[in-house]
Design a protein around this ligand. Structure first.
Ligand code: SAM
Length: 379
């Protein structure tokens, strides 16, 4: 089936779930018969089924758009997960290791990044059947949290994940005994969604999910198509759909409204980031959006770095040179201008634009680190 419009310029991205399978196994089974492509352009444009092993993110492949994997055994048993390359950046950049202790995914549904975190933890410690680390996954919207619960189970990450259904991350006490060992946090809060490509493998889409029994099985269903049509309508009319802090859907209709809403979203995003900085043992944080607006991206990063809590506790941006190899090598970086001329912070920021030839969605991610946990108490 041919993909149309903006989707046609983008491959289908498939993450191999390290808990259930390996890249080698999937190349031998699900992707047997796919010809190897040399570039994203080949994957997208050549006749027949093509596959490219991604050079940046481990366990990720790009395949010809329109290839339907929904009926494969691998898809239905959680061995493969349809996830845009950019959406794989945050967990990969966070790189949770056993020495980091427990991990928080603060805004988790539908669970792409939660299950990716679990896969990375397993890749680092393959011999552990039951992992010593816990992932605490928070999701404020109870309905979306149910989807998260299903996705985590299908992906086989349920043993190491504690899901807080309907829990607002901002209401969680960082000083609580439960979170004493939390060393790493992944923050992927609600945003304007301005980087999203019009296609169905986009769970970050800020529209209500259709009522469904099994979200993964229904990805091709009529209700999903309705959702896509509604999304296209909104895109074509230059409107934006966002959620307010209570999770209510808001359609933004004018540039002026958009500016006001971006401002409100940025305030919420900064609050989430500063809350994460308060976890006493935390030493690593990633912050991401699927927005292309610097108000939600570099500006939030700069405000966070200039905050009292960041200064007191010693938080700084994760420099490019200290990032995992694939992220260090990724060529598209933050805007120096939007970082008030701070080149080091801009280089630490990772960006994607949906029309830049990499075949991925518009996205932003930055990492924060500090050298000593409990720096405020030490100091
Ligand atoms: N990380 C998810 C993934 O990769 O599958 C996508 C997350 S989506 C961009 C943002 C999510 O954050 C929404 O499901 C929203 O309901 C949730 N959310 C917003 N505010 C929250 C809060 N204060 N606490 C917990 N979850 C929140």
């Amino acid at each position: 089936k041919a993909a149309a419009g903006e989707e046609a310029a983008h491959p289908r991205w498939v993450r191999i779930n390290a808990i259930r399978s390996t890249l080698e196994e999937q190349l031998e089974t699900t992707f047997r018969g796919y010809a190897r492509a040399g570039t994203i352009q080949d994957v997208v444009a050549k006749e027949g089924k093509h596959i490219l092993i991604d050079p940046h993110v481990p366990n990720l492949v790009a395949i010809t758009p329109g290839c339907d994997l929904s009926k494969t055994e691998a898809y239905n048993s959680g061995k493969i997960i349809l996830q845009d390359k950019a959406s794989c950046f945050p967990a990969y950049l966070l790189d949770p290791r056993s020495e980091d202790g427990d991990v928080i995914d603060a805004c988790a549904a539908p669970g792409n990044k939660t299950t990716h975190l679990a896969g990375i933890i397993r890749s680092h410690e393959p011999e552990f059947e039951s992992q010593p680390q816990t992932i605490f996954a928070f999701e404020k919207d109870s309905r979306r949290a149910k989807t998260l619960e299903k996705m985590v189970k299908i992906a086989g990450s349920n043993k190491m994940t504690r899901i807080a259904l309907g829990q607002d991350f901002l209401q969680v006490d960082p000083e609580s005994e439960r979170f004493r060992n939390v060393g790493a946090l992944l923050l992927d809060p609600s945003c304007s969604g301005s980087g999203i490509v019009g296609r169905d493998s986009m769970p970050e889409l800020h529209l209500p999910d259709p009522p469904q029994q099994n979200p993964r099985r229904e990805s091709k269903s009529e209700s999903t198509n309705k959702r896509k049509r509604k999304y296209e309508e909104i895109r074509n009319s230059s409107q934006t759909v966002i959620r307010d802090d209570d999770g209510n859907e808001i359609v933004v209709e004018s540039e002026k409204d958009l500016a006001a809403r971006l401002n409100a979203l940025a305030g919420f995003q900064l609050t989430i980031l500063l809350h994460a900085f308060r976890f006493p043992s935390a030493r690593k944080v990633t912050y991401s959006t699927c927005s292309i607006h610097s108000q939600e991206n570099e500006h939030v990063v700069m405000a966070a770095l200039n905050s009292d809590v960041a200064k007191e506790r010693g938080w700084r941006v994760l420099r490019r040179k200290d990032q995992v190899t694939g992220m260090k090598d990724w060529p598209v970086r933050g805007s120096t201008e939007a970082c008030n001329g701070d080149e080091e912070v801009a280089q630490g920021c990772i960006r994607c634009y949906k029309d830049d030839g990499h075949g991925i969605m518009g996205f932003f991610v930055a990492g924060f680190v500090r050298d000593h946990a409990n720096a405020s108490e030490d100091g």
